[in-house]
Ligand binder design. Structure first.
Ligand SMILES: Cc1cc2nc3c(=O)[nH]c(=O)nc-3n(C[C@H](O)[C@H](O)[C@H](O)COP(=O)(O)OP(=O)(O)OC[C@H]3O[C@@H](n4cnc5c(N)ncnc54)[C@H](O)[C@@H]3O)c2cc1C
Ligand code: FES
Length: 502
């Protein structure tokens, strides 16, 4: 996340620029007053929007234009170049956009446009919508309902308020992002949008026949349509000592705060598991100056998902930062002083972080009799086996539009885009979920971007080199590109996403 505010540079677009100064099909960066602005030109058609993404401030001029939209190079948010509307998460706020006035061979940026209006109200919407789970999918679903012109009651039930979860294992955990960056919206926002946020309370039972959700505090909330966005929870380590107070998991803001508090007095940490979250936690703890050992059952990190070459690269990046790996090992027991491994060695540790995977939170759905099989089963419209009940995010298993096989994906952007699609379907828009999966993962200053989904592949194609840490690696199955991993090649990642959509 960028916390810097630089004085904008370049021409003052309010004073006007020659059309020929704007590259055809490209951007010219400049300013309007103190605001950095970019102009995009296609023939004589010129559009003006703010230069930085409303997610983490990515430079939109380095993104990819598709039709009348621009996609952010960092995490693939998508904005309308005509209205500034945030069309796709992970951004959920429009960028500013301006009128452009043609004056002969010059253009001048005029008044700022009003925020894009909500869409026309749906014709036969449910009288109320209840969303269980106030995470990535749940929040975006609530925002989308209002954006889509839905005027009925919206209740968002969450054991915790919506937080920027990816940050919990990155800059926030490393001590480089303040806590005020973590809530996705300020408390007053929910009242302004007429979203009833029932926070700090769990839903304990669904009554599908009676169309009600029962909460732990005894309330019973009726719904016209229901969205289950209950996410996933960490798999627990089941060895002697694994419930000692210095053993932590990482899913919630409370978890991240507890690790930070534990790290303050600690010198040595053991991370059990070389998952993305385990490795990001290892990086953050190294940045806090702790000695970090990672214990992994595998031969190298992330091999199953990214292959052996990238696994070795990720290992090297962490070793360069002082992480010590113990492969083909797992924790056999934990005590106050350290972690004893299955191979017999003991690693001294005053802090233990367990990152050995997650499992979808499906209990509510299961007990209500919905179809569940390694996730809440949904159709292409994200509707479960019970009409009027939808599911989205880490908890949902949906048909992959490219292969037809059911998949469950644990990515922030996928959860948010499913929340968006599910909300539209809740109010009857009938929009199949077709987004190409995307995730990013950060290890010190190295960022991996991955588009697509390859559970298996039989060939890879490399452009660039892993050693230089600037590459595009395509994973193919039966000659078809199923996924593309990039490092320092953001536009390649965007282009791969657009190609897979086509
Ligand atoms: C530390 C961390 C870092 C991550 N980093 C990345 C990253 O860099 N890139 C990436 O692509 N993905 C990342 N992910 C994965 C990403 O955060 C998840 O895929 C995403 O949050 C899933 O969204 P969701 O809405 O399905 O679930 P969540 O965001 O987990 O939200 C579900 C919410 O539902 C609540 N809930 C569950 N059951 C109930 C109930 N019965 N009653 C009330 N509330 C309930 C939970 O408390 C939770 O708040 C990360 C995950 C973690 C934990
Ligand atoms: S900074 Fe633009 S999508 Fe994240």
């Amino acid at each position: 996340m960028s916390g810097e505010t630089k004085a904008p540079e370049g021409p003052d677009f309010a004073a006007g620029v020659a059309i020929s100064a704007i590259p055809e099909g490209g951007f010219l960066s400049g300013r309007v007053g103190d605001e950095p602005v970019i102009l995009f030109r296609r023939g004589g058609d010129v559009m003006a929007v703010a230069a930085t993404c409303t997610h983490y401030g990515g430079p939109l001029a380095e993104g990819l234009v598709v039709g009348d939209t621009v996609r952010c190079p960092w995490h693939h948010a998508c904005f309308s170049l005509r209205t500034g509307e945030d069309l796709r998460p992970p951004a959920h706020t429009p960028v500013a956009s301006w009128e452009v006035v043609r004056e002969g061979e010059r253009v001048r940026v005029g008044a700022k446009k009003a925020a894009p209006p909500a869409r026309p109200a749906p014709s036969a919407p449910p009288d109320s919508v209840v969303i269980v789970g106030a995470g990535a999918a749940g929040l975006v679903a609530a925002l989308t309902l209002r954006r889509e012109g839905y005027a009925g009651a919206v209740t968002l039930i969450g054991a915790e308020p919506p937080v920027d979860r990816p940050n919990l294992s990155k800059d926030y955990l490393a001590g480089k992002a303040p806590e005020e960056w973590i809530p996705l919206r300020p408390p007053e926002f929910y009242a302004e949008q007429r979203i009833e946020l029932a926070s700090g309370v769990a839903a304990t039972r669904l009554d599908v026949a009676g169309r009600r959700v029962v909460l732990a505090d005894g309330r019973s909330i009726p719904y016209g349509a229901l969205l289950l966005a209950t996410g996933a929870e960490p798999v627990r380590l089941d060895v002697p000592g694994s419930s000692l107070p210095h053993v932590h998991y990482l899913r919630t803001l409370a978890d991240s705060r507890a690790i930070i508090a534990g790290a303050r007095g600690a010198r040595r940490a053991v991370v059990a598991g070389s998952s993305f979250i385990g490795l990001e936690a290892a990086a953050a703890l190294r940045e806090r100056g702790l000695e970090v050992h990672v214990v992994s059952r595998d031969a190298r990190p992330l091999e199953r998902i990214l292959g052996p070459e990238v696994g070795d690269l990720v290992r090297t990046i962490h070793e360069e930062h002082g992480v010590v790996f113990h492969f083909a090992e797992s924790a056999a027991s934990i005590d106050a002083k350290g972690v004893t491994l299955t191979g017999g060695a003991t690693l001294p540790a005053d802090l233990v972080v367990v990152g050995i995977g997650v499992r979808p939170r499906t209990e509510l759905a299961e007990r209500a009799g919905l179809r569940v099989d390694r996730g809440i089963l949904v159709d292409a419209f994200l509707e479960t086996s019970a009409p009027g009940v939808f599911a989205a995010g880490d908890a949902a298993r949906y048909p992959d539009p490219r292969t037809g096989a059911p998949v469950r994906i644990e990515h922030w952007v996928v959860a948010e885009r499913q929340g968006q699609a599910a909300a539209r379907n809740v109010i009857g828009r009938r929009e199949p979920f077709r987004a190409v999966p995307f995730f990013w993962s950060q290890h010190y200053d190295a960022v991996l971007n991955y588009v697509g989904h390859a559970e298996r592949w039989d060939a890879t194609e490399l452009d660039g080199s892993l050693a230089s840490r600037e590459f595009r690696l395509t994973y193919k199955a039966d000659g078809v590109a199923r996924a593309v991993l990039t490092m320092s090649r953001d536009r390649d990642s965007l282009a791969a996403e657009a190609a897979m959509e086509a």
